[in-house]
Structure formats: structure tokens, C-alpha cells
Design a protein around this ligand. Structure first.
Ligand SMILES: Nc1ncnc2c1ncn2[C@@H]1O[C@H](COP(=O)(O)OP(=O)(O)OP(=O)(O)O)[C@@H](O)[C@H]1O
Ligand SMILES: [Mg+2]
Length: 261
């Protein structure tokens, strides 16, 4: 076995981050191995998005260390270094932010051609493969405004994948969607994870987290207060705080969505 690949691809050690006087992350430790899916769950304001933003160098912690595949992310002083990191670490947000004046295909082709310098023909071939993967082949020529929220989010996922990232961060990517379209997006993410894409997901879809995660971490007030396998987190540990949180979500862990599209 290649020992290099035993190293976690993402590692956070004692990460502290404050916005002004407010300490938002109070010593986060997290490791993610290649090919794994880690879900971050926890109440609003507990620091979930901030953890993802740290990993992507969108914010820099005041203390601690963050390593992504050998790169010390907390020490990237220059913007071009941070941009280089973001080519390797995809992020998909709740708001998909597609370019409204560009077709679906052009939205996906843009970054690989402009940022990575991939040839147009090659970028388009990859874009079509990715559209196939997210089940939107027939929408290549459509504009974002002609698509449902779930379809737009799938385009946003294809756009992130077009950069061939080493890992992808998903920040509540289904939270703004109509319930009917949540399933089709979860389906696509489930496929990606099954294909081995290293993923860190902030999600309120507890059933989904339980099904697809290798590890679930529970954050509260800037700390990870529990972590384990889905079985441990949702069934074995019986942490009253997690039970309360999960029980308080609408419908508890809710129906399993996205099994069939
Ligand atoms: N740029 C910022 N400036 C000041 N405070 C911020 C900033 N970003 C986040 N915060 C604060 O940091 C805390 C953690 O925010 P974060 O967005 O990480 O929480 P979250 O767990 O993702 O919450 P939610 O579930 O609502 O998305 C919150 O109290 C938030 O108000
Ligand atoms: Mg958030």
C-alpha cells in the first residue's frame, strides 16, 4: 500500500478563528481521508460554513494549522497561492450563482478554459461528460433562468467538477431548493461519493448524511463536540445534544429523499 495515500488529504489541528471580538472556531480538529465523505451537522451559527471556508482559504484562522494534500492552507500569504488552492478544492454553495447570460455548457466551460488554460474542444468534451453525469445532457444549450433550482444546482456541481478538484466542499446545497428537487441533487452527490470523490458536506439532510458519510461530526458553538460513524452518531452514542438537535429538525431525520428520480 502506498503510505503517501494513508495521509489524510485534509487535516485541521486546533484551528481558532475570530471575526473581530467574536471567536467563531474554538479549536477545531478534523481529518478527512482520500475517497471519504465527511458530513458536518450542527445548529445554525455553530461554525460549519466557517470550517469549509477555512479549508478553501476564503478565511484564515488566527491559530492552528490546516493542511490540504501537503499544502499549509493557513500559511498562504498571497492571493495567487489561495487561488491555486481553490483550483484543487471545489466548493458548492446554497446559492448556485451561475452566470445568467451564459448557457449551461458555457457556465461549465468557462473556468477550465480561462483559469486552467484547457483547450476549448477538450473543455467542452468534459463539460458534456459532466452534464451526462448530473443527468442534464439535454440542457446544454439552456440558460440558467430556464432551469429549476435543482437543475441549476446540478449545473453548479458540474461546474465545480470541471476543475477536476481533489476534493469538493458542499455547503447546504439543497437548503434553498423546493422539496421536489432536493432528491435529484442528493442523487447526484450520492453518485459522486460512490465514485470516490472526497467530499465534506454541511447538510441538514440527516438521512442523507447517515447514508453517505464515512464520518459525521457535530459542531456546536465553534467546537466539534462529537464525531463518529453515522451508526455511532445517530444510534450508538446517544448524545442527548445530538438527539435533541436531530429531533428538533422538521420531521426528525425526515423521509429518505432522492431514492428515485
Ligand atoms: N464574515 C463574518 N463576519 C463576522 N461574523 C461572521 C462572519 N461569518 C460568520 N460569522 C459568524 O460566525 C458564526 C459562525 O458562522 P457560520 O456561518 O460558520 O455558521 P453555520 O454553522 O454555517 O450556520 P448556518 O447553519 O446558519 O449556516 C456565526 O455567529 C456568524 O454570525
Ligand atoms: Mg452555514
Amino acid at each position: 500500500m502506498n503510505t503517501e495515500n494513508d495521509e489524510p488529504i485534509v487535516r485541521l489541528d486546533d484551528v481558532h478563528l475570530s471575526f473581530g471580538q467574536t471567536e467563531v472556531l474554538k479549536g477545531i480538529n478534523l481529518t478527512v481521508h482520500r475517497g471519504n465523505a465527511v458530513s458536518i451537522i450542527g445548529p445554525s451559527g455553530s461554525g460549519k460554513s466557517t470550517i469549509l471556508r477555512c479549508i478553501n482559504a476564503l478565511v484564515t484562522p488566527q491559530r492552528g494549522r490546516i493542511t490540504v494534500d501537503g499544502t499549509r492552507v493557513d500559511q498562504l500569504a498571497r492571493e495567487n497561492e489561495r487561488i491555486a488552492l481553490r483550483k484543487r478544492v471545489g466548493i458548492v454553495f446554497q446559492q448556485y450563482n451561475l452566470f445568467p447570460h451564459l448557457t449551461v455548457l458555457e457556465n461549465i466551460v468557462l473556468a477550465p478554459t480561462r483559469i486552467l488554460g484547457v483547450e476549448r474542444r477538450e473543455a467542452e468534451k468534459l463539460a458534456r461528460e459532466l452534464l451526462d453525469k448530473v443527468r442534464l445532457s439535454e440542457k446544454a444549450g439552456a440558460y440558467p433562468g430556464q432551469l429549476s433550482g435543482g437543475q441549476q444546482q446540478r449545473v453548479a456541481i458540474a461546474r465545480a467538477l470541471a476543475m477536476k478538484p481533489e476534493l469538493v466542499l458542499f455547503d447546504e446545497v439543497t437548503s434553498a431548493l423546493d422539496p421536489e428537487t432536493v432528491g435529484e441533487v442528493l442523487w447526484v452527490i450520492r453518485d459522486l461519493i460512490r465514485d470516490g470523490m472526497t467530499s465534506i458536506l454541511v447538510t441538514h439532510e440527516m438521512r442523507f448524511a447517515e447514508e453517505i458519510s464515512d464520518t459525521v461530526v457535530f459542531t456546536e458553538n465553534g467546537r466539534i463536540i462529537d464525531h463518529g460513524s453515522p451508526e455511532q452518531i445517530f444510534h450508538t452514542f446517544d448524545n442527548p445534544r445530538i438527539r435533541q438537535f436531530v429531533g428538533g429538525l422538521a420531521g426528525g431525520r425526515g423521509p429518505m429523499r432522492g431514492e428515485v428520480i
